[in-house]
Write a protein that binds this ligand. Structure first.
Ligand SMILES: NC(=O)c1ccc[n+]([C@@H]2O[C@H](COP(=O)([O-])OP(=O)(O)OC[C@H]3O[C@@H](n4cnc5c(N)ncnc54)[C@H](O)[C@@H]3O)[C@@H](O)[C@H]2O)c1
Length: 254
């Protein structure tokens, strides 16, 4: 029997690297999954691989109306919600805090923080109706330590740790677990964007710099992060709540 047999999950950022790997793993483990993303074409493409075990809806997670809509869609399509994987995120611009713009700061915080809060706000009452479940939030190693050039992103990823810990306290009585996952650099679009922005002339130099900082000497894979999300989504983590779970090849052990 799969680890998510009979469970219904919502995955936001489902068209992206980590999100789409989680869709694959959650479906393989027996879940029915609502895929949420703001990018319609890649979302449709991911959903097309999975038949009627998945449904998809385009939504901007920073919008209250969109969040209510995607939560309602999961209930309409699959009868309830057991798991929210609040994973959608944006890296924003690479520049110093002194050069950051108001627009970029507000957008990064809106997607990465308000989006997570809205997901909790609208999904938790539905999860409570199933006598409990799990909310997994994708933070980052940038939610544990500072990082040069991505101040709004760092602030946003620290902020969701506070949201998760508070939600864990408030939702324990409803038997809802809430935890954050903290990937190090992952081999996907977001790192390509950060490398390119940090050094347009030689993005591979940034990758080399990260490899040198990571004790395992490499980036992680989307699948390695999806496996951590699966552990927290499933009953295997039945006594884990309000905690941070790091998967970074040893990066923040320094
Ligand atoms: N890639 C990394 O190295 C890394 C490291 C640590 C944490 N993370 C976090 O992992 C999560 C997933 O990112 P990823 O690595 O798969 O990158 P990604 O860019 O491939 O995926 C992010 C997805 O979020 C979607 N998205 C962005 N804004 C949205 C919005 N307003 N509403 C709905 N969807 C939106 C994007 O369309 C994209 O599909 C993010 O929260 C990211 O911050 C990534």
């Amino acid at each position: 029997m799969g680890k998510l047999q009979e469970k219904v999950a919502i995955i936001t950022g489902a068209a992206g690297g980590i999100g789409s790997a989680a869709v694959q793993l959650f479906v393989d483990e027996g879940a029915r999954v609502l895929l949420v993303d703001s990018a319609e074409a890649p979302l449709r493409d991911v959903a097309s691989r999975f038949g009627d075990r998945v449904a998809w809806v385009t939504a901007d997670v920073s919008s209250a109306r969109d969040t209510e809509r995607y939560v309602n869609e999961a209930v309409t399509r699959f009868g309830g919600i057991d798991v929210l994987f609040a994973n959608a995120g944006t890296e924003g611009a690479v520049c110093s805090l002194l050069d950051a713009t108001l627009e970029d700061f507000d957008r990064v915080l809106a997607v990465n923080v308000r989006g997570v809060w809205l997901g909790i706000k609208y999904a938790a009452p539905r999860i409570a109706l199933r006598k409990g479940g799990s909310i997994v939030i994708t933070s980052s190693v940038a939610g544990l330590v500072g990082a040069l050039g991505i101040g709004p992103y760092v602030a946003s990823k620290h902020a969701v740790v506070g949201l998760a810990k508070t939600a864990a306290l408030e939702l324990a009585a409803a038997n809802i677990r809430v935890n954050t996952i903290h990937p190090g650099p992952i081999e996907n679009r977001m790192m390509r964007s950060l490398e390119q922005q940090a050094n347009p002339g030689d993005p591979s130099a940034i990758k080399g710099m990260y490899h040198a900082m990571i004790p395992f000497g490499r980036y992680g894979t989307n699948e390695e992060i999806a496996k951590l999300a699966l552990f927290l989504a499933s009953d295997d983590s039945s006594f884990c709540t309000g905690s941070v779970f790091v998967a970074d090849g040893g990066l923040v052990a320094h």
